[in-house]
Write a protein that binds this ligand. Structure first.
Ligand code: NAD
Length: 488
């Protein structure tokens, strides 16, 4: 399976179709640089067909008007099919992204199924409000679908993040045009056949492929039939999408970049803080928006933290993503490898101390061309240095010392981002106090990446616009309507 080259077509109006301009782009395995897929690029005309199909399915198909229970049953069926195909999907995700297969199999594919099932179940529980006005009038609300959504996702968690958007989009009765990142299209392209098998009507789910500016992504965000855009990706891409969607006044939900502070106070339980901080730094080769990429350590425990953290990093097994015992694979592409490794030079120029890593690991022959970097740890006293401020999005973590709680907060809040934060302390008052003062959308105390899908998810500052999760997702994907009835 690993050596097979797949042909990835678009899925439009219930059919897999080829690029109208016969444009094909290639996807390579980041662990080996072997060709793994040829992908049909969606032209402007292809995107138009997908958007028209989604519009038609919204306006006149049965999807929007069918009973909620029937619609949600079909979405739950998609979740079941995903779990039936769990191994295949996890293998493809590992192949495409270079992430360890066990991570995809144990975490991401089940979470993708859960995203769909959760929103189907949640939608069935929803009601509206009533507002009686004296004796004469009764107001009530309805939450109606908006229309056609463009769902655009990045390459780090392709299937999980797409279903995170698709679940609430479909449960509320909208239709979708989906674009996975150009580097990782394989699992998301299968959503077409999964939707078909689950009985989702043609045109409700469409998948197109291609790049961003002047390509598929831009066509999807300027198309007049698209009512809303749910986007996850880089902050600068969010800015471009907002500009492109402005002319047709599209509503947007953005989940953007992050540079989380993982704050370790001197009273932290290091038995727990060290292994979780290792995960937060190096899971998916650090290519996680929620990564704890700045570890703020109270100076009194810095030496002990460095020794133990370094030892734990050295025990990570870097290797073939398809093998069961691999903890860390490569980064996703040549271009991204160059970006990540450029920060090694920047760190050196800014006088950061290299604590661990910083070079290619020793790897077996078949991985010699892979985009691998050792788990890399720097110590940097200056929190304004670029490695402390910019999102590197790779296996590079920076330790920053602090003396007081106020200083920790000042450093934590000093970047343009505000997606999440992590706090390690055994002091209850401090846990609450610091949680309230870190300017970020999610704060984890003595844990990391624990998600309850009812909870709001999104970023402060340049980390996003709006919230997804539970009722927040349903709000984005619906129009609230007030109906006022005269009773006399
Ligand atoms: P990216 O912004 O380069 O690309 C994301 C998607 O947008 C891709 O599908 C791409 O083709 C498309 N795109 C690019 N330019 C576009 C344009 N002008 N118009 C329309 N679409 C366009 O991001 P990436 O490099 O794939 O992913 C990494 C980034 O995603 C990081 O910044 C990371 O923090 C962020 N991210 C955020 C979250 C979150 O929940 N906040 C989750 C995962 C990743």
């Amino acid at each position: 399976m690993v050596s097979e080259v797949r042909e990835v077509k678009m899925y439009i109006n219930g059919e897999y179709v080829e690029s109208s301009i016969a444009s094909i782009f290639e996807v390579k395995n980041p662990a080996t640089q072997e060709l793994i897929a040829r992908v049909h690029e969606s032209s402007k005309e292809d995107v138009d067909r997908a958007c028209q199909a989604a519009r038609q399915a919204f306006e006149s198909g049965p999807w929007r008007t069918m009973p909620v229970s029937e619609r949600c049953q079909k979405i739950r069926r998609m979740a079941e099919i995903i779990m039936e195909r769990r191994e295949e999907l996890a293998r493809l995700e590992a192949l495409d992204v270079g992430k360890p297969y066990p991570v995809a199999f144990e975490r991401e594919i089940p979470r993708a199924a859960h995203n769909l099932k959760f929103f189907a179940d949640f939608m069935e529980q929803q009601g509206g409000e009533t507002y009686p006005m004296d004796e004469d009038y009764l107001n009530y609300t309805r939450y109606e679908p908006v229309g056609v959504a463009s769902l655009i996702t990045p390459w780090n968690l392709p299937f999980m993040l797409t279903t995170w958007k698709l679940g609430p989009c479909l449960a509320t009765g909208n239709t979708a045009v989906i674009k996975p990142a150009e580097m990782t299209p394989m699992t998301v392209s299968l959503l077409g056949e999964i939707a078909k098998e689950a009985g989702i009507p043609d045109g409700v789910v469409n998948v197109v492929h291609g790049f961003g500016p002047n390509s598929t992504g831009e066509f999807m965000t300027t198309h007049p039939e698209v009512d809303m855009i749910s986007f996850t990706g880089e902050t600068n891409t969010g800015k471009a999408i907002m500009k492109n969607g402005a002319d047709s006044l599209k509503r947007v939900s953005f989940e953007l970049g992050g540079k989380a502070a993982n704050i370790v106070f001197e009273d932290a339980d290091l038995e727990k803080a060290i292994p979780v901080s290792i995960q937060a730094a190096f899971l998916n080769s650090g290519q996680v928006c929620l990564a704890g990429s700045r570890i703020l350590v109270q100076r009194s425990i810095m030496d002990e933290f460095v020794t133990r953290f370094k030892k734990a990093a050295s025990e990570l097994i870097v290797g073939d993503p398809q093998e069961e015992n691999t903890n860390m694979g490569p980064v996703v592409s040549q271009e991204h490898y160059e970006k990540v490794t450029s920060y090694l030079k920047i760190a050196e120029q800014e006088n950061a101390t290299l604590v661990y890593g910083g070079k290619r690991p020793n790897l077996p022959e078949h991985l010699q061309n892979g985009y691998y970097l050792e788990p890399t740890i720097y110590l940097q006293e200056n929190p304004t240095a670029r490695i402390c401020q910019e999102e590197i999005f790779g296996p590079v973590v920076t330790l920053i010392p602090f003396d007081t709680e106020d200083e920790a907060l000042e450093i934590a809040n000093s970047t343009p981002y505000g997606l999440n934060g992590v706090i390690w302390t055994e002091n209850l008052q401090r846990a609450h106090r610091v949680s309230h003062k870190v300017r970020a959308g999610t704060i984890w105390v003595n844990c990391w990446f624990v998600r309850d899908l009812r909870a709001p998810f999104g970023g402060f500052k340049k980390s996003g616009i709006g919230r997804e999760g539970g009722k927040h997702s349903l709000e984005f994907f619906t129009e609230a309507k007030n109906i006022c009835i005269a009773l006399q």
